[in-house]
Design a protein around this ligand. Structure first.
Ligand code: G16
Length: 548
């Protein structure tokens, strides 16, 4: 191992006032992160907050987007100056978010820093992001991110080692002073974990005989993972994997696997001779989209269907203790949990809220409307895992995606779901809308002047059943007389303006549900939402910017 001579520097800087983490870490334009001392101040605030024991191990990697490599170099030099004993870095600076979470756990690291703006666009004019995870592998809880924010407001000095750039592309060990730097294959530990959870023998045989898979890595982090797992381990032809090379700007693709940004996959699924299973993942590999021939599976349905079919995979065959969904996610899974007699937890938006429940063994599966699903195998959502779970259901049940979904609807009813996003240029307008609705919330029930009658309305708050912490103002909920639900909240992942998200869901039973569109099933609920929140009045927008 080559030891590099360490010269420590303490650099003076002026604190920044905009380093508060959102739904999942700090996300800003690349140009914001490129300001002198900006990245360093945030990272120093993380080190000051985590107060890791000298000699601790830290995992570091990201989704490979523009600025990833520079940030890895800077953070490594800062880690050495802050007393980290061992850095475990993904080769090329690449680690998908679930693989990073897994490495933190398997290598018993004190935590990790993950460089990703997830599904946000990349490139020099795109977005960059950082989140930090604790020893559990999960994202830092709200109290820690708030402490880091408070620290950043006073951060006028950071520590960094003067050192030559690390060689990131070759696995092996080197050192920065006393800090060991280990460059690891980003895929192998994760691939091993997948092999433990799923019956690869069964999947190999099904993929050979009857399931035609198409996976789109959207030029983001999951390409190398898909090549190894689907092609090398499960025998899928490389032609079935598209956009498998991680690119700094994702090749101009919006790396968000949803029906609007990945419309080409919906088109493929609806075409003649469509593959049996089409899957995609996002920038950092934690989201998933599942489609079959003629069928787009909504994330809420996906979670419910996974829970109803745990029997198909060795890792889940014994069932799970409980399940959780984020509050705005469709309530489809609630019905399955009720039938199974297990608890169903409703948490605020943000994967970190699942972590205590997972850690305490209260849940075994969890998911969100934003195309995220996972299980207790890691502490982040996991895109490729979800695709392997669907493959297992198809192979184990010997049914197509369409059959699995339609049989589920026939048994439990169909929970129609839509998310309507309003992109609002001036964030103050969005804040005014939310403030207004919050101020009149208690007078909304009982009135039907604005459409459907609302029976109950509240502002969602959550008391964590494990540590008792309270999170307030987590979205507005309105429950209509016909069993529908409207949720409104502002996105916490954008980097400019504000996005109002309006979520609608309502369950219907009966033979006609498969033919009905969510747009028809939820039309009147959507009109009611727009009228009660006075969306056009506050934002000038007559229609949502996009509907998912
Ligand atoms: C992040 C969070 C998710 C959340 C999603 C959307 O996902 O990890 O928990 O559901 O953002 O958040 P918002 O509605 O606030 O934009 P990712 O994949 O971006 O890390």
């Amino acid at each position: 191992m080559q030891s590099k001579k360490l010269k420590l520097r303490e650099v003076d800087c002026v604190p920044f006032d905009d380093q508060r983490s959102g739904t999942a870490g700090l996300r800003k334009k690349v140009t914001v992160f490129q300001q002198q001392h900006y990245l360093e101040c945030f990272v120093q605030s993380i080190f000051d907050t985590l107060k890791l024991e000298p000699g601790s191990t830290l995992v570091l990697g990201g989704d490979g987007r523009y600025y990833n490599r520079e940030a890895v170099q800077t953070i490594s030099a800062m880690a050495a100056a802050n007393g980290i004993g061992r850095m475990i870095i993904g080769q090329g600076g690449l680690l998908s978010t679930p693989a990073a979470s897994n490495l933190i756990r398997t290598r018993k690291a004190a935590g990790g820093i993950i460089l990703s703006a997830s599904h946000n666009p990349g490139g020099p004019d795109g977005d960059f992001g950082i989140k930090f995870n604790t020893a559990s592998g999960g994202q830092a809880p709200e109290q820690l991110t708030e402490t880091a924010y408070a620290r950043s407001l006073a951060c006028d000095r950071y520590k960094i080692a003067d050192t030559a750039a690390l060689e990131l592309d070759t696995p092996g060990e080197s050192a920065i002073g006393d800090t060991v730097v280990e460059i690891v294959d980003p895929v192998s530990d994760y691939a091993e974990l997948m092999e433990e959870l799923f019956d690869f023998e069964l999947l190999r045989s099904a993929l050979k005989r009857k399931i035609c898979l198409h996976f789109d890595a959207l030029n983001a982090a999951t390409g190398p993972y898909a090549n190894r797992i689907f092609c090398d381990m499960l025998g899928v032809s490389p032609e079935c994997i598209s956009n498998a090379t991680p690119l700094e700007d994702f090749g101009g693709i919006h790396p968000d696997p949803n029906p609007v940004d990945a419309a080409h996959l919906v088109k493929l699924a609806m075409s003649d001779g469509a593959p049996d299973l089409i899957g995609a993942s996002d920038g950092d590999g934690d989201r998933n989209m599942i489609l079959g021939s003629g069928m787009l599976v909504s994330p809420g349905d996906s979670l419910a269907i996974m829970l109803a079919n745990t029997v198909v995979a060795p890792g889940y065959r014994n069932g799970v203790a409980g399940v959780a969904r984020s509050m705005p996610t469709s309530r489809a899974v609630d019905d399955v949990a009720r039938e199974l007699g297990i608890p169903c937890f409703e948490t605020p938006t943000g994967w970190r809220f699942f972590c205590n429940l997972l850690e305490a063994g209260k849940i075994g599966l969890c998911g969100e409307e934003s195309f995220g699903t996972s299980s207790a195998h890691t502490r982040e959502k996991d895109g490729l895992w979800a695709i392997l779970y669907w493959l297992s259901m198809m192979a184990g049940l010997e049914q197509s995606v369409g059959e699995i979904v339609q049989r589920h609807w026939a048994r439990f009813g169909r929970c129609f779901f839509q998310r309507r996003d309003y992109m609002i240029a001036n964030a103050d307008d969005a804040d005014a809308l939310v403030q207004n609705l919050s101020s009149i919330i208690s007078s909304v029930p009982g009135s039907s002047d604005t459409g459907q009658q609302i029976l109950e309305a509240d502002i969602f708050e959550y008391t964590d059943p494990v540590d008792g912490s309270l999170s307030t103002n987590q979205g507005i909920r309105l429950f209509s007389a016909d069993g529908g639900r409207i949720v409104l909240r502002l996105s916490g992942t954008g980097t400019s303006g504000s996005t109002l998200r309006v979520y609608l869901d309502r369950t219907e039973h009966g033979p006609g549900v498969a033919e009905k569109s969510p747009a028809d099933a939820l039309a009147s609920l959507g009109e009611t939402a727009a009228a009660i929140a006075r969306i056009e009045h506050f934002t000038g927008l007559k229609q949502p910017t996009s509907t998912i």
